[in-house]
Design a protein around this ligand. Structure first.
Ligand code: G6P
Length: 373
């Protein structure tokens, strides 16, 4: 098994390091010679994609957080309403879906029973289903109208890492493709995003090469932590939830991800002396007002004694004043930031679990693929 882990201490560690490749491979072959997106592989009628008036993403676990990121991106680029729903909730609440609804079913394994049932239900209502899947020929792609494969390679560790990043990439590709088809209003911005996407693998590599040790040290110093709160805003919100999920799954630590704006409506009551709070800060460029708002959220928890660890973009000096520690990630477009900000959170959870002597590849009570409802 140690050969299969390629010299890493666990499959998870290896898979975190596979991420530049997983993202690169998921982008590969999906552009034509003029740099336009071409997703003919989906074999889905363009007129169908032009006529849809709503998108519903269905998924479970980490895949559902990829869907949450997709919502911000697709609504902005395509001006189509996007809902994201846990597959098991969607299936049993009599959702409004019809021929004009596009269902996007995200699943690494393609065998998650809850997601399969949601796909079947949606198709019975006449909806079209596109699967985003990492496993060739599995049930979800077979039962869908079309499939966009992620090319992360086999993921062995139970907690999803490289599959998640490639699901996020596939969602971006789908959103950008829909924008392209439907004659988008953001032509320049989209051209920039397509260019930025190509630089993501090398930026993830830089986090692994230059930032990993800092995160390892942080995790080791927090081995005895009892609870961790994660805050984020905009696309940083699903990243915060994913960071919290990883910590629950791997280190069995109580963790929650909150929308930073919601802090004052409840969660701030949890802040006590020494409470570890990890904050995902949006880039200063683009959405300046959001940046300032998150900084003031850091200030608020800091004033109540929190130990504030901040994930911010390189060059962001404003965060320093209120941060116990800053972890910098390279710059990118606002909507693409989850591909970078997630990585330190994966490393943090993995190392904290390792420091506690836990098996990071096989956490207790969890299965890689849940094939029962
Ligand atoms: C299980 C795994 C999670 C995964 C979820 C969805 O709960 O432990 O890591 O995110 O299933 O799996 P899927 O294969 O559908 O992406």
């Amino acid at each position: 098994a140690s050969a299969e882990k390629g010299g890493f201490s666990s499959f998870m560690d290896k898979e975190i390091h596979d991420q530049p490749q997983a993202v690169g491979d998921t982008l590969l072959g999906r552009f034509d010679t003029e740099g336009k997106l071409s997703l003919d592989e989906m074999h889905i009628d363009e007129n169908v994609l032009k006529s849809i008036d709503k998108i519903v993403v269905v998924a479970c676990g980490t895949a559902a957080y990829a869907g949450q990121v997709a919502k911000y991106a697709i609504e902005h680029w395509c001006r189509i309403p996007v809902e994201v729903e846990l597959a098991h909730e969607f299936r049993y609440r009599d959702p409004v879906v019809n021929e004009k609804t596009l269902i996007v079913a995200i699943s690494q394994s393609g065998e998650t029973m809850d997601t399969i049932m949601a796909v079947r239900h949606a198709r019975q209502q006449g909806a079209k289903v596109i699967a985003i899947c990492n496993t060739f020929g599995s049930t979800i792609p077979r039962e869908s109208d079309a499939v966009l494969y992620t090319h992360a390679g086999p993921e062995i560790a139970v907690a999803s890492t490289k599959a998640f990043l490639s699901q996020v990439v596939a969602c971006y590709l789908l959103g950008l493709y829909l924008a392209q088809l439907r004659g988008n209003k953001f032509r320049d911005e989209i051209a920039l995003i397509l260019k930025d996407l190509q630089t993501i693998p090398e930026k993830i590599q830089r986090i692994l090469d230059e930032g990993k040790d800092q995160v390892l040290g942080l995790a080791r110093r927090n081995e005895d932590v009892g609870s961790v709160l994660f805050l984020g805003r905009h696309v940083g919100y699903p990243v915060a939830m994913e960071g919290a999920l990883k910590l629950k799954e791997l280190a069995y630590i109580h963790a929650e991800g909150f929308a930073a704006g919601e802090l004052k409506h409840g969660p701030i009551a949890l802040i006590d002396d020494g409470q570890l709070v990890i904050i995902v800060v949006p880039s200063k460029r683009g959405r300046d007002s959001l940046h300032a708002k998150v900084i003031s959220n850091i200030q608020e928890v800091r004033a109540r004694g929190a130990n504030t660890v901040v994930i911010a973009e390189e060059g962001d000096e404003d965060v320093r004043e209120f941060a116990s520690e800053v972890i910098y990630v390279p710059e990118t477009s606002t909507l693409l930031a989850p591909l970078l900000t997630t990585v330190p959170l994966q490393i943090f959870a993995m190392e904290l679990a390792t420091a506690k002597g836990l098996d990071v590849d096989q956490p207790r009570n969890l299965a890689k693929s849940v094939t029962v409802e």
